[in-house]
Design a protein around this ligand. Structure first.
Ligand SMILES: NC(=O)c1ccc[n+]([C@@H]2O[C@H](COP(=O)([O-])OP(=O)(O)OC[C@H]3O[C@@H](n4cnc5c(N)ncnc54)[C@H](OP(=O)(O)O)[C@@H]3O)[C@@H](O)[C@H]2O)c1
Length: 275
């Protein structure tokens, strides 16, 4: 089965390509240079050429603070780009898997969010991703919206590999008032394979590792697994003066789709140490 992955050189897209190929899918991983989703001509030409049965739409404008200051650009990619991909899929009877985010939730409650819960993004990035969800629901019959959170993996900019790379002697202040589910990109990709192969009902899924922690809790666990002694200090979000607000509790109920976050992190660290 032919699968196109948009944003194939990104943090998630790169592992989606690997995992789907390993599972026997014929994968066409398209980088930003190979497919700019904001160009309808480009999308039409490239997808007409490949004729995929499935498009895993990982391409996105992902700068949370950037979106706060340049909402137009965020929407150009996350809403209009998604519209271009979704309309091709709708016209050609292809399945679209749209990757979305826990940031569609405001994050001010204490209970895990279920897929059917009310959305109310706390920031512009979340708003632009939600507009993408709405486009997919409006245009397509065959769709999965896969909301994920706090991603890390081998490739690209992410909290876990960034922390491995920093100097461990200096004091590191890490946010301890945001709660979420750290999620390994390979676990997302494996869960997507399962959703597709099991022919699960079309709709919204929370595709994240199970359980929750804070960024500080994640850093403590990571260094513990690595056997590194570091000078970590918990801090509040305010201290960092970020442009965009983040939800203080964006933990999602994954319905048993993925294993606990600390198990996934342990496997990631084991692989990381091997390489
Ligand atoms: N990272 C997280 O913690 C997280 C959490 C929740 C949800 N998500 C969602 O997961 C998905 C994947 O994100 P990620 O973390 O893998 O981000 P990423 O590493 O930034 O990957 C996004 C990819 O999209 C590409 N891209 C940007 N604009 C494009 C365009 N106009 N046309 C085609 N490609 C374009 C980027 O290419 P260039 O870099 O070359 O521009 C990049 O390779 C996104 O939908 C994101 O919203 C991520």
């Amino acid at each position: 089965m032919k699968v196109v992955v948009t944003g194939a050189e990104g943090l998630l897209g790169s592992d989606v390509c690997k995992v789907f190929a390993k599972d026997g899918f014929e994968v066409f991983g398209l980088s930003h240079a190979a497919l700019d989703v904001t160009s309808i001509e480009n999308v039409t030409r490239v997808l007409n050429d490949i004729k995929p049965e499935i498009v895993i739409h990982c391409a996105a404008y992902t700068s949370v603070d950037g979106a706060e200051e340049d909402f137009n650009t965020a929407c150009k990619v996350n809403k209009n780009g998604t519209e271009n991909v979704a309309s091709w899929c709708a016209k050609n009877d292809a399945l679209i898997v749209y990757i979305s985010t826990d940031y569609v939730f405001y994050g001010s409650r204490n209970v895990r969010y279920k897929p059917e819960d009310t959305v109310n993004p706390i920031n512009k990035y979340g708003e632009s991703k939600l507009l993408g969800e709405e486009v997919v629901k409006t245009l397509c019959k065959k769709y999965y919206i896969a909301r994920t959170s706090w991603l890390y993996g081998q490739k690209g900019n992410n909290f876990v590999t960034n922390l491995i790379g920093v100097s461990h002697s200096a004091e590191l202040r890490i946010v301890n008032d945001q709660k979420g589910s750290p999620t390994w990109t390979c676990d997302v990709a494996n869960a997507l394979v399962k959703i597709i192969k099991d022919n699960k009902e079309f709709g919204i899924y929370h595709v994240c590792n199970d359980g929750s922690t804070t960024w500080y809790g994640l850093a403590l666990k990571l260094y513990d697994l690595l056997g590194i002694t570091a000078n970590l200090k918990p801090c509040t979000s305010e201290v960092l003066h970020r442009v965009a607000k983040r939800p203080s509790m964006s933990v999602m109920d994954n319905g048993g789709l993925c294993r606990p976050w600390d198990e996934a992190l342990a496997e990631f660290v084991k692989l990381y140490k091997k390489n």
